[in-house]
Write a protein that binds this ligand. Structure first.
Ligand SMILES: [Fe+2]
Ligand SMILES: [Fe+2]
Length: 158
């Protein structure tokens, strides 16, 4: 089994424990959506698509497990470190790359390392493109515009 598949198996089992099934479905859609977007962006930028995808699968797990988005990026990085250490799928260096991306993923207005940026942008792609009829959030406008430019996409929502 691939590492990504193994990680997804773990994430699926965690999500299935969520009591609110509607929230469970949107959590799964978001994690898998960001994971796909992260793979594409990483491939385009010459970053590691597997690590990008793995970071995406874990990036909001703390929020889903606790029901709170309070400091979820920083707390989520710690949770991801525990999960990755337990699963033993990644080297120490790979774990650091994934945890750094999760740690920084909510800092959408600043620029961090290349892999951190892949996860932020993948998150923004899912927020902005999951439903084009929804308005783009103020704090994601600039980043979404840059992504549209990078991927040659029309910025108009519909
Ligand atoms: Fe998040
Ligand atoms: Fe997210």
């Amino acid at each position: 089994m691939s590492r990504l598949k193994e990680l997804r198996k773990y994430v699926d089992a965690e999500l299935l424990q969520m009591e609110n099934k509607e929230k469970m479905i949107s959590a799964a859609a978001h994690l898998y959506g960001v994971s796909l977007a992260a793979t594409m962006i990483a491939k385009k930028r010459g970053e590691d698509p597997e690590l990008a995808s793995m970071a995406a699968m874990l990036h909001d797990m703390h929020a889903y497990k606790t029901g709170s988005y309070d400091d979820h990026a920083h707390k989520g990085a710690e949770l991801a470190r525990e999960i990755l250490t337990d699963l033993g799928l990644t080297s120490g260096e790979e774990t650091e790359i994934i945890c750094s991306a999760i740690y920084h993923h909510d800092d959408k207005l600043v620029e961090d390392g290349p892999m951190d940026e892949v996860l932020k942008d993948a998150d923004v792609i899912h927020h902005c493109m999951n439903d084009l009829s929804k308005a783009v959030k103020e704090k994601e406008k600039e980043r979404f515009a840059a992504l549209c430019e990078e991927f040659g996409m029309n910025r108009q929502t519909m």
